[in-house]
Design a protein around this ligand. Structure first.
Ligand code: SF4
Ligand code: SF4
Length: 228
């Protein structure tokens, strides 16, 4: 976790520009109605129990258009949220977790250092999900990656092909992806990620990962007759 002194410097204009992106998000009006300062969201929030973190402070900073504090929160606090949405019980009808989602997305889109640091450990998982269209694959579950899972991980990884073949759905008889994804579905996913700007978001935080994913996707899309 970063401290206040780690928050990168920025001009007031830059902070206002970033804040305007948060307010311009189509979901924003539905997520912020005002704030009673009742603290119910804090009482419900698991992250508030373990970190110096408060969904109330974030909601209030955004409601007050306190661009200085919002900038600090985007560079520090928002990454402590576990996105569980227990704070949806807000009596004012706010969605503090949703506001934080927007703040994180704006942080990613702007390539903020906090976003890069928060996501740097997830490159392999992002590559797997976006490259194959499925979640973490069985062959990623290796004993050295999950030492706390005990000897069972070793047994399963040693006989992975056999275990997967034992599963009734044939689409699960694969080890390099969570399940088989056909070319039509994968093409649609690649197009969605290109056209909705998801790849641009990745470019802002990890240029290397963006280049690898771009190569994988463009090859497939060109094979399917698309020019991106
Ligand atoms: S979504 Fe975030 S802010 Fe809301 S309760 Fe969960 S951890 Fe707390
Ligand atoms: S529960 Fe809602 S009204 Fe109460 S402090 Fe949190 S955001 Fe504000």
């Amino acid at each position: 976790m970063t401290t206040a002194t780690d928050v990168p410097a920025a001009t007031l204009e830059e902070k206002q520009r970033v804040f305007a992106e948060i307010e311009a998000d189509i979901r924003f009006p539905g997520f912020l109605k005002g704030c009673y300062e009742c603290g119910i969201c804090v009482a419900a929030c698991p992250s508030a129990r373990f970190y110096d973190f408060s969904p109330r402070k974030i909601t209030q900073a955004v409601a007050r258009q306190d661009v200085e504090l919002v900038w600090e929160q985007m560079n520090r606090d928002v990454w402590d949220c576990s996105q569980c949405f227990s704070c949806l019980r807000c009596p004012r009808g706010n969605n503090p977790g949703g506001i934080i989602t927007i703040m994180r997305e704006v942080a990613v889109n702007n390539g903020l250092r906090s976003a890069k640091e928060a996501l740097e450990g997830y490159g392999r998982i992002i590559y797997k999900i976006m490259g194959t269209g499925t979640q973490v694959s069985p062959d990623m579950i290796q004993p050295e990656a999950f030492p706390d899972w005990g000897p069972e991980t070793r047994d399963v990884s040693a006989n992975l092909q056999l275990w997967r073949k034992a599963l009734p759905p044939e689409t699960l008889h694969t080890t390099s992806t969570a399940w088989e994804v056909n070319d039509k579905t994968l093409t649609e996913l690649y197009l969605i990620w290109h056209l909705t700007g998801v790849l641009d978001m990745i470019k802002a935080i990890d240029a290397g990962l963006h280049m690898i994913l771009g190569d994988v996707m463009e090859e497939m899309l060109e094979e399917q007759g698309y020019q991106v």
